[in-house]
Design a protein around this ligand. Structure first.
Ligand code: RP5
Length: 183
């Protein structure tokens, strides 16, 4: 709902404020109905302390807003854009066409969709040579968040340390489970 989206956007803004920084990652989605999927990307960024912004930008319903968003993103200080959409999911590709920033596409499976998100996946992943979109699995917005963190980590030693700690934590969790199974 739009109330949920407003709450999520406000939470994103407060993360940015509390870290004293302008947003480094922009999360956009074609519809507020995508929020249930896309909030996982915001949760990852919040966990890593990455200032973010989050809003709805629709390629088909608000094309001029998409143009403005994509054109201004790099000069506003964003370092990466995560774009999610379902169905004929043109948002990530169109945004990638209008920004020099890395764009991560999230194929969203809208509820009640007939094609299970495969339409969105193919719309996002089949970009022509020259206009890349890093595409994650259908619905896997968490991985989009993690990829954005890795992009930031390539130029930020603190973020690199956090990613190393996250990976070590994952390894420990799996090893602990394996040890339990072996008992
Ligand atoms: C896409 O159509 C959106 O990204 C969403 O996944 C899907 C359905 O949107 P709504 O009709 O729920 O607004 O553009």
């Amino acid at each position: 709902s739009s109330a949920a989206l407003a709450a999520a956007a406000a939470a994103a803004a407060s993360v940015s404020e509390s870290s004293g920084g302008k947003p480094l990652v922009g999360i956009i989605m074609g519809s507020d109905s995508d929020l249930a999927t896309m909030k996982a990307a915001a949760a990852v960024l919040e966990e890593f302390g990455v200032p973010l912004e989050l809003t709805v930008v629709s390629a088909h319903r608000t094309p001029e807003r998409m143009f403005e968003y994509a054109r201004s993103a790099h000069s506003r200080g964003l370092k990466a854009i995560i774009a999610g959409a379902g169905g004929a999911a043109h948002l990530p590709g169109m945004v990638a066409a209008m920004t020099p920033l890395p764009v991560i596409g999230v194929p969203v499976k809208p509820s009640g969709a007939h094609l299970d998100g495969l339409d969105a996946l193919l719309s996002i992943v089949q970009m022509p040579k020259g206009v890349p979109v890093a595409t994650v699995a259908i619905g896997n917005a968490a991985n989009a968040g993690l990829l954005a963190v890795r992009i930031l980590a390539s130029a930020d030693p603190n973020m690199l340390d956090r990613m190393l700690a996250y990976q070590a934590g994952m390894t420990d969790t799996v090893l602990a489970k394996a040890a339990k199974l072996e008992q």
